[in-house]
Design a binder for this molecule. Sequence first.
Ligand code: AMP
Length: 480
Amino acid sequence: MKFEDLGLSPNLMKAIKDCGYDTPTPIQEQAIPYILMKRDVVGLAQTGTGKTAGFTLPMIEMLAGGRAKARMPRSLILSPTRELAAQIAESFDTYGKYSKLSKALLIGGSSMDDQIRILERGVDVLIATPGRLLDLFGRGNILLTDIRILVIDEADRMLDMGFIPDIEKICSLLPPLRQTMLFSATMPPEIRRLTTKFLSSPKEVAVAPPATTSSTVEIFLAYADPRRKKELLHEIMVHEKIRNAFIFCNRKRDVDLLATWLKKRGYDALALHGDMAQSHRTETLGKFKDGTLPILVCSDVAARGLDVVNVSHVFNYDVPNNPDDFVHRIGRTGRAGMTGRAWTIVTKEDEKLIQAIEKNIKIKIQVSDIGLGAHKQGETGDSEEKSGGRGDSASRSGHRPKARGRGAETRKEADPAIREEKRAESPKPPRESNHKHGSERHIPAKKAHQPPHRKPREDDDSSGSSGFGDDIPAFLRPKS
Ligand code: AMP
């Protein structure tokens, strides 16, 4: 199918052409005709499938021609996170650039007065997070009686974030005669219930079975001593050719700590989590999106829907507690036909979570020789030499040839991670004193010299015998 076959107006076709899109993606091909027929639609699609254009393009088509009245928006898109809402608003600007539609972005952490001013002028499309929308509604700044189109995006994320009661409340405030579209990567029973309650004979379209990982992402596990996760992460980062990476932590506090730790080692890394001021969140994400920031350490606020083109790596510093979050996190890479690599740092305590993830994605994830993976394979009598932590890493399913003897020992010597562990046990004084991680051992530097373009840092106690930064590719270092 071609875009021409969808019957979109010349203005939209021009905008699509400007984006360089050749053909509709499968979700667009399936959903757009039904949306244009004004049918309710349930779209089972992950981010990265082009689902935003899948609902944005027909909405622009349908809204063209009408006129919005003050404080009475004509359509509403609900998004679980501010970042995703902002991204949808950008899509409206992109696809609607030749159509005269107005929009308002209502998200927390931004000036309410500005948002109210825009609402007063009348908007065609309202893109909102549930909390801010209800706030403004409660204050009488919005009337929802003119909403004819509703989109609930990332419904399963809404569920995870506890927004379902808000969604139900919002739905009950809207006119019953409307078109509703709901998009979700998975369909847990609570979301199914929502579709039954608020959608009318919806057409269900699905582009990938729920909870599958993209075939364009290579996935690895690296086993760590719980006290040495940071060192292992660094070790992997040194081995991988990283262009840019999301590093996910389960707790906001750890996001900050890890970002600081990486910065001290010369990585150009910043933190992103929900406790940060919105302006700071927007600025940080903007830097990551425009390529000026290569490493984003983040909580799951960044796991869903964020579309950053060409992300080479995702690292799970912590195994996510919810198996679906694993899918969302690693879905930040391998997008739009590009390939990506996703690493998860695992401790012995995480075994059950990994089993649940593997069951969910129906894949046995490869275990890298980096970290304790070598020990694990050694235990099974596996003697094959490995270069460590690349696509050639072994499968946990134990299909590699068994041979007892020198294998595990030899690997210990060959494995850079283990060599580092050995060196770490040397009696050298620690390079840094990290109060919060005092129990962590220090890994000495591989090289003593500083590359000429690396700016000496005040927080970098470059005593010659230390400095992970020497192993860090130049593009990952802070700009001097
Ligand atoms: P989404 O799943 O909505 O986050 O979209 C993922 C990416 O696909 C975005 O960068 C879009 O710009 C891109 N995209 C959307 N539709 C198309 C298309 N028909 N052809 C190529 N890329 C597309």
